[in-house]
Design a protein around this ligand. Sequence first.
Ligand code: ARG
Length: 464
Amino acid sequence: MASLWGGRFEKEMDEIVKQFNASIGFDQRMYREDIEGSIAHVTMLGEQGIVSMEEKDQIIRGLEIIRGKIESGEIVFNVDDEDIHMGIESRLIQEIGDVGKKLHTARSRNDQCQVDGRMYLKKEIREIVRNLCCLEGIILEKAEKYADAITVGFTHVQHAQPITVGFVFMAYFQMFKRDIQRLMDAYERMNLCPLGACALAGTTLPTNRQRTAELLGFAAPTENAMDSVSDRDYSLEFLSAASISMMHISRWAEEFVWWNSQEFSYIAIDDSYCTGSSIMPQKKNPDMAELLRGKVGRVYGDLTQLLTVMKGTPLAYNKDFQEDKESLFDAADTWKNSIQIFAGMLKNTEFRMDQIEKQFEKGFLNATDIAEHFANQGIPFREAHSIVGKMVKACETKNCDFEDLTQEELQAIDKRVTKESLGDISIKACVDARVSFGGTAPSEVRRQIRVGSEWLESLPELDG
Ligand code: ARG
């Protein structure tokens, strides 16, 4: 079958060239966007008198038939279609005859693939934002449930200070909040319509790009035709946002793997989110957490792939750009699924407070609080820090806790220190007292939950 662009050619493409050149294998997933874009385009052509209203209606009817046939499986694309744009256009011409040949007036595949890509990505982003919001909702519920539940806070994977489980949840809430904001921000920037940029330089025909932008739900047309066909920033912004968010998921997944180990035993992940071993009958493995941690690798790969494709490409369109799609689809699929799996795992995980409490005696979790008590009593913090350091040493030598140091031992360390001056250094008192803005005290975590819920509820819908 001769190609739609075959006019100046005397020979058919070599079979392996045809295979190598075709994007139909992967860009057919944008058939809806391609047809929607064509309907908007021909509507504008009709309104501008570039095609007659009768021709416009015939083409729209034809495009709707093609859509139906794709959906029913009657149309099956193959490499002869080359890409989704020509696949649909050639089927349209077969369906409605010569009038179909008017559809491609004042447009090019160079702007068409950009319209499809942006529309597809916008749809994916709306769904990913919904998934992230759902994840945030689960995080808020769990944060409330565990607002008073005390656990160990780490730095350098060493016992640092006692915190609440709810506080940990709210830390991750902030990360996913930024992910949502980043995505919404990128969405605004990509919400401009490239249709009508044509090959690279616009057209002599009296088109109305504002109108097609409006019909397709974009805020406005893109400003410069050459940039319109060669810009892939919107995909790169998406891939960057996906990489950062997957990194957040991976960090928490890593913590899940640790918390689920026999050594920690901090959490119990529901059976429905774990798998067994084919040889070791006792095993219950946190495979979902591990897979989530692993999936980030492919998304970083997707970002790196497209950055590398774009590097060094001159203006305007180059065929290299066809390589923008698979990584984008892969990242969108991976991110979307990962959020869902992660949210489900989170929902189906309980914290084993009895196990966590066993860790409180280790690591002098309240050391900083004692130093702060001393600072409160007028001892310069640097001196207080050093006094508590000596107390830790004394405890380590005696193999005891701060509470077990005698009055004499305390006085020997520093004359200003008495058993009374230590204040209430129980783990709970320490946590309750960390009421500084953003701190871990349950009252403060509840404030964070309130602000977080308000933010989540007030999020605007993204314009389609
Ligand atoms: N399949 C192409 C792509 O995805 C469409 C644009 C092709 N344009 C061209 N002049 N060869 O990038």
